[in-house]
Design a protein around this ligand. Structure first.
Ligand code: CP
Length: 317
């Protein structure tokens, strides 16, 4: 694995899921594998889970860890090429990446969608600069259109919670929110579920269909109750409109998951990547109820990161 920015950087999903579950059994099995190597964790946006789980994963492998909370601590970055930098920006992203090349053996970056230009976000205007200028492997800690480390954790959480000898029904359901949220988690989960041996359905209101380049031939329903019927796993996530980019078309029905809605399912396990706005996206009763596997999912972020860092170390060692 040279870089890790999507499911397409993985040769064999079942193999990496098995490796990740093995790491979970004994996270300190290879405590010196990363000795003498440095990973730079660059956050252009906020994070709790991704920052901490990546640090734990790197430490478990003996990697040196540099964490840069760039939005708060670094110089104000310029992203446009050819700009006369006589405004607020102080350092060009390509100079910053060239310097990171001098300090790091792996660069991991979080760069959310700006939600202003659909073209910039679809084309991954920031991640693409890291991929262009980095001379070391690049790992996405969530980009404009994908969140692959989250998706790998989601896959292992589903695998751990499914023991029956049939395909589970997995439903990705839209949830309400108060502001426009990127499609990255929904897109990414969709791509990974398409590679899993599951019966996968997306439920969202009219006007909220994800980018067809991600959904492809996955079934999309605009009736949540119909989608939830007999579900074994429900993944709850908000996203704003892709078609009318970053807009929030009015939704009349209540899409927040409740215990009453869970009765439609096959006693489904409930997932959310967090952070979650309680009683807006997801009710307290579901968050705190026995069907929630949300904290297990958050714990699995450590092992998904560790599996990916380990694969990258195999490449560069
Ligand atoms: N799920 C997730 O990526 O959490 P953070 O944004 O806190 O890292």
């Amino acid at each position: 694995m040279k870089n890790f920015t999507s499911v397409y950087d993985i040769d064999n999903l079942q193999e990496i899921i098995a490796k990740t579950l093995k790491i979970k059994e004994n996270p300190l099995e290879n405590p010196t594998k990363g000795n003498g190597k440095t990973i730079g964790l660059v956050f252009l946006n906020s994070s709790l889970r991704t920052r901490l789980s990546s640090q734990i994963a790197a430490q478990n492998l003996g990697l040196n860890v540099l964490t840069l909370n760039a939005a708060q601590e670094a110089w104000n970055l310029e992203f446009a090429d050819g700009t006369v930098m006589n405004g607020d920006t102080v350092e060009h992203i390509k100079d910053a990446i060239e310097v990171l090349n001098q300090y790091c053996d792996i660069i991991a970056v979080r760069c959310f969608a700006g939600m202003k230009s659909k073209e910039d976000d679809v084309n991954e205007s920031i991640l693409s600069q890291f991929l262009k200028h980095a001379k070391v492997p690049v790992i996405s800690l969530e980009s404009a259109t994908r969140h692959p480390l989250q998706s790998l954790a989601d896959c292992i959480t589903i695998t751990e919670n499914w023991k029956e000898n049939r395909k589970p029904k997995v439903v990705l359901t839209w949830a309400p929110h108060i502001k426009p949220i990127a499609q990255a988690v929904g897109n990414s989960f969709t791509e990974w579920m398409q590679q899993m041996d599951v019966d996968f359905v997306i439920a969202n209101p009219e006007g909220y269909d994800l980018d067809k380049n991600f959904t492809k031939d996955t079934k999309v329903l605009h009736n949540q109750d119909e989608a939830l019927k007999d579900a074994d796993f429900i993944y709850v996530k908000n996203w704003s409109s892709f078609e009318e980019y970053a807009v929030m078309p009015k939704v009349d029905e209540n899409w927040m998951l409740t215990n009453e809605k869970l009765e439609l399912t096959n006693n489904a396990k409930v997932m959310h990547c967090l952070p979650v706005r309680r009683n807006l996206e997801l009710s307290d009763e579901v968050m705190d109820g026995e069907n929630s596997i949300i904290y297990q999912q958050a714990k699995n972020r450590i092992f998904s990161a560790q599996a990916v860092f380990s694969e990258i170390l195999d490449e560069i060692n």
